[in-house]
Write a protein that binds this ligand. Structure first.
Ligand code: ATP
Length: 326
């Protein structure tokens, strides 16, 4: 095994708060260990189109508190083709990069796995996504910040919901994973969470209206995970208006606000530990693994396990939302 002399780092897919803290940790841990660092701009696009810059310790000064990603991010169609990946490999070689750290969600880590299966490149991934939908880690970088952003927004909506005696449907991100919806509902004392892992929305909604809102409440907030198939919160509100015209149902879609803002202390610490973990892993000769943290300890998760084995949702929490909203 040849010792790694230079790593390339990129952020890919949707941005998540804490990505900058991760970039800082990877860069400084590498430099501390005598490894040079190159920043790859715009995710895999920067590899395919050769946008690669030298990174020094100062390149990551003053970014730990910033949302977004200083490396920018993008979705890159070319990288999904063998020709695109060949160009990416050639550019990497020309820049003297002999290992990669990829920060992103399941698409980005899937791409990393495909690349590593074709070329002899050690790659370590960091879970950077607000959705918390990767296996092998208790939390992903950005999830805690997004959760707190939602809770803050729902607290504000609660004021108007109760003043006007309204039923609010608040749509949050996570069309394949209900973590944000479920935990924000619990943390903000909502009446229900409608999540993709559970039975049909119609059943859940009827239960909410019949057992909760109608009997004891004059205002309610329901958190709904986005759902392109059913129309998410908007689709639900339309159905409610039709079936229960007596309720003043309103919709708030939080959208990209959930991705922004300064990362919480939790996300900064997570990103810092995982970033250092990525360099440790590469120095140990690990390859094609995502860095996770389970029960407080760093773990190495094969890409295939990280992207395919989504965490089970804690169903008792859904029950708890119901119990606590009587
Ligand atoms: P988020 O969780 O925020 O959606 P993500 O990492 O899942 O982030 P994607 O848009 O799914 O975001 O993927 C990011 C990029 O990863 C894609 O634009 C593409 O370049 C690359 N990628 C995804 N899947 C593959 C694949 N099967 N083969 C090669 N590259 C891929």
């Amino acid at each position: 095994m040849t010792a790694i002399k230079c790593i390339g780092i990129l952020t890919s897919g949707g941005d998540a708060p804490g990505m900058n803290a991760a970039i800082r940790a990877v860069t400084r841990s590498a430099i501390y260990n005598g490894i040079a660092v190159k920043g790859i701009m715009r995710g895999y696009k920067g590899l395919v189109f050769d946008e690669i810059v030298d990174f020094r310790s100062q390149s990551v000064s003053n970014i730990i508190q910033l949302g977004g990603t200083i490396l920018k991010t993008a979705r890159c169609k070319e990288f999904t083709t063998p020709e695109g990946r060949k160009k990416a490999y050639e550019n990497m070689q020309a820049a003297g990069i002999d290992a990669l750290v990829v920060i992103g969600g399941d698409g980005s880590l899937t791409g990393a796995g495909v690349f590593a299966s074709e070329y002899d490149v050690p790659i370590v991934g960091l879970p950077g996504t607000i959705d918390n939908d990767l296996g092998g880690t208790d939390s992903t970088i950005g999830y805690d910040t997004a959760l707190n952003t939602i809770v803050d927004a729902v607290d504000k909506l609660r004021d108007t919901a109760s003043s006007h005696e309204r039923l609010f449907f608040v749509e949050v991100m996570g069309h394949t994973a209900g973590y944000l919806a479920l935990n924000s509902a619990l943390a903000s004392g909502c009446e229900a969470a409608i999540i993709p892992e559970m039975e049909t929305e119609v059943d859940q909604l009827a239960e909410l209206i019949n057992n909760g809102f109608r009997k004891s409440k004059n205002s309610a907030i329901v958190i709904v995970a986005e759902n392109p198939q059913t129309g998410g919160a908007t689709g639900l509100a339309e159905r409610v208006k039709k079936e229960f015209p007596q309720y003043d149902a309103r919709v708030t879609i939080l959208g990209h606000i959930q991705r922004g803002g300064s990362p919480t202390a939790f996300d900064r610490i997570l990103a810092s530990r995982m970033g250092e973990g990525a360099i440790e892993a590469l120095m140990e000769g690990q390859r094609n693994v995502m860095i996770g943290i389970e029960h407080g300890k760093i773990v190495y998760v094969p890409f295939s396990k990280a992207v395919k084995h989504h965490k089970e949702i804690n169903r008792s929490k859904l029950e708890l939302v119901k119990i606590l909203s009587i």
